[in-house]
Design a protein around this ligand. Structure first.
Ligand code: NAG
Ligand code: NAG
Ligand code: NAG
Ligand code: NAG
Ligand code: NAG
Ligand code: NAG
Ligand code: NAG
Ligand code: NAG
Length: 491
């Protein structure tokens, strides 16, 4: 491919000027790769490309030529090996019709073995010789255009155009006669250049197929536990603009093996790659509805229940402790153990604000007394808890930490007459702070995974609250990548 073709690839792209704001298909999670992220991806691709091309063996080349005074020489070049490649400058451009990667001014060093035989009527006994040569390739241009499309919820990477052009070749013979040198230059230069161009083009094709396979292998669903599945299928085609790539992900939680009440999706979401003035490689935005669907799934799976029959202060779970606060209870069930059956009475209301995540949780606490091996419900106390949740990134998961903001209680049902609710509320408040909130925080700590390719991790992640979205802006780094990869340096 001629250099002009490489550059015309770039002009093929209709560079859109919509800047950072992109209309996306409906989806509750979106991910935007910024120009910094694209730059990172480009460097990574080039690095991998070079690693896969080094030590590449090109096919043997055979040619014969009439050499003045010597006769007809048959020359075979074999073991043509690319030893190293150095990239001077490269660029990546995105536009509506694809992503273009151009490498210019690359150099490569090759080694090869030459062998010739001469037979002519002048020399009745065949002459042959062999030796090594090195080749320096300079001014190499490599270009490729790919497109990203949605194919049944996965991303499909298609190679639209690609090519490699060798600028100059410098052959250095080790041994050999000067006529041989001239012959190599005259008769083989073109063959060697094409072999290099074809070899590298083939590697590009292979590389894109591998990358496509990697994209296809991304899960469409993430199974979080026995209850919930997060749909991480891609929705619609990625939106490529001049400085970023944005993708939409379904992001709804469903119960395993069950279909859930549909939530409202919005059309034409406006997603911004802005990260509060910071340059970050990518931004993953999560809509309030992701949390709402999680809330619904866990609620309807009856997973929001908790039995408390052990406490650090076990006395609290005995009617004797309540003798003065609830005398009726002690009178009726003296010295009996109690347990609390706490269940969430309606799906928690979750709102993403401009500061944090607000949650309102409605609980029913059934106070049960254990009398002669039988659990007897004695009262049901309804509790409304207002909590805020601060979000953090743990590994590649987004996780939360709850803080109690507000608490109100009322007696819903009682077998033991009226209760002094203000006393109960203060006990409840301390129970929440010492037992229930820490328990929920323990559950929340693991969080749920953000969509990111295996082997990569978030680095210097920040959280942005922007009602009704919450976003994670982050750089990406290779994480334990070389673990599990055979290393030539470790035996
Ligand atoms: C082919 O070239 C490589 C790299 O220069 C070298 O390590 C290898 O020994 C060569 N093989 C043969 C058969 O000459
Ligand atoms: C590398 O690129 C710079 C400009 O981008 C150029 O000045 C320099 O000569 C190039 N070096 C090589 C070895 O091609
Ligand atoms: C490539 O070969 C040239 C000449 O033999 C040498 O100067 C240069 O250092 C080599 N490049 C690398 C990266 O080894
Ligand atoms: C050519 O290179 C190979 C490996 O690099 C070496 O074993 C061989 O001796 C060299 N041949 C000549 C003729 O220099
Ligand atoms: C998202 O996935 C859920 C099930 O996982 C499905 O019911 C819903 O229709 C999907 N939303 C869109 C916009 O495709
Ligand atoms: C997941 O979401 C995709 C895209 O919205 C949808 O087509 C698919 O049906 C959903 N998967 C399940 C299992 O519901
Ligand atoms: C706790 O209460 C819920 C709701 O009333 C009930 O469905 C569940 O069976 C109770 N669990 C125990 C262990 O008593
Ligand atoms: C992330 O979440 C998944 C699923 O909940 C869990 O298996 C994993 O251990 C979590 N990772 C971290 C670092 O907490």
């Amino acid at each position: 491919m001629a250099p002009s073709i490489v550059f015309s690839l770039v002009s093929l792209l209709l560079v859109s000027t919509c800047g950072y704001v992109q209309p996306l298909e409906e989806g509750f999670i979106s991910a935007v790769l910024s120009d910094k992220g694209l730059e990172f991806a480009k460097e990574l691709l080039i690095e991998k490309g070079i690693a896969s091309t080094v030590m590449l063996q090109l096919p043997e080349i055979e040619n014969s030529a009439q050499v003045p005074l010597v006769g007809k020489a048959k020359v075979v070049l074999s073991n043509i090996t690319i030893n190293n490649i150095q990239v001077n400058s490269s660029s990546v451009k995105t536009g509506e019709s694809g992503i273009v990667l151009v490498i210019s001014g690359a150099t490569a060093n090759l080694s090869m073995t030459w062998r010739y035989t001469i037979s002519s009527w002048l020399i009745p006994i065949g002459i042959s010789d062999s030796g090594n040569a090195s080749i320096e390739v300079t001014g190499m241009q490599v270009g490729l255009t790919v497109n990203l499309r949605n194919q049944e919820g996965s991303l499909k990477l298609t190679l639209l155009d690609y090519g490699c052009h060798v600028g100059n070749l410098l052959i250095k013979l080790e041994g050999g006669a000067s006529w041989l040198y001239q012959l190599l230059v005259d008769a083989f230069e073109g063959n060697i250049a094409s072999a290099v161009e074809e070899g590298i083009s083939e590697k590009i094709k292979e590389g894109i197929v591998n990358l496509d396979n990697l994209l296809q292998s991304l899960p469409k669903q993430i199974s979080l536990d026995k209850t919930a599945v997060l749909n991480v299928s891609f929705i619609g085609n990625p939106v490529l603009s001049s400085s970023s790539i944005a993708i939409a992900i379904n992001g709804s939680f469903t119960k395993k093996n069950e279909v859930l009440v549909p939530l409202d999706y919005q059309q034409g979401l406006k997603i911004s790659a802005a990260c509060g003035g910071l340059q970050k490689m990518m931004k993953v935005s999560i809509h309030e509805n992701v949390l709402k669907s999680a809330s619904l799934v866990y609620y309807s799976a009856r997973k929001m229940q908790l039995i408390i029959d052990k406490l650090p202060d076990q006395d609290i779970l005995n009617t004797a402790k309540w003798r003065f606060i609830v005398p009726q209870l002690y009178k009726r069930y003296p010295n009996d153990d109690m347990q609390l059956n706490i269940s969430v009475s309606s799906p928690p209301v979750i709102q993403l604000t401009y500061q944090d995540i607000g949650a309102t949780i409605f609980l029913d606490i059934i106070v049960e007394v254990l009398e002669k091996g039988e659990l007897i419900p004695v009262a049901i106390i309804s509790v409304k808890i207002g909590a805020s949740c601060a979000v953090e990134i743990v590994g590649n998961n987004i996780s939360g930490r709850l803080r109690l903001q507000q608490l109100s209680t009322y007696l819903k049902w009682s077998k033991i007459g009226n209760l002094h609710m203000y006393l109960i509320q203060s006990v409840m408040s301390s129970a929440l702070k010492t037992v229930i909130i820490p328990y929920l925080n323990y559950k929340l700590k693991r969080g749920f995974p953000l969509p990111i390719v295996d082997g990569y991790g978030f680095q210097n992640a920040i959280i942005l609250y922007n009602h009704p979205w919450i976003a994670v802006c982050s750089d990406v780094s290779l994480e334990d990548y070389y673990l599990g990869q055979p290393s030539p340096y470790i035996s």
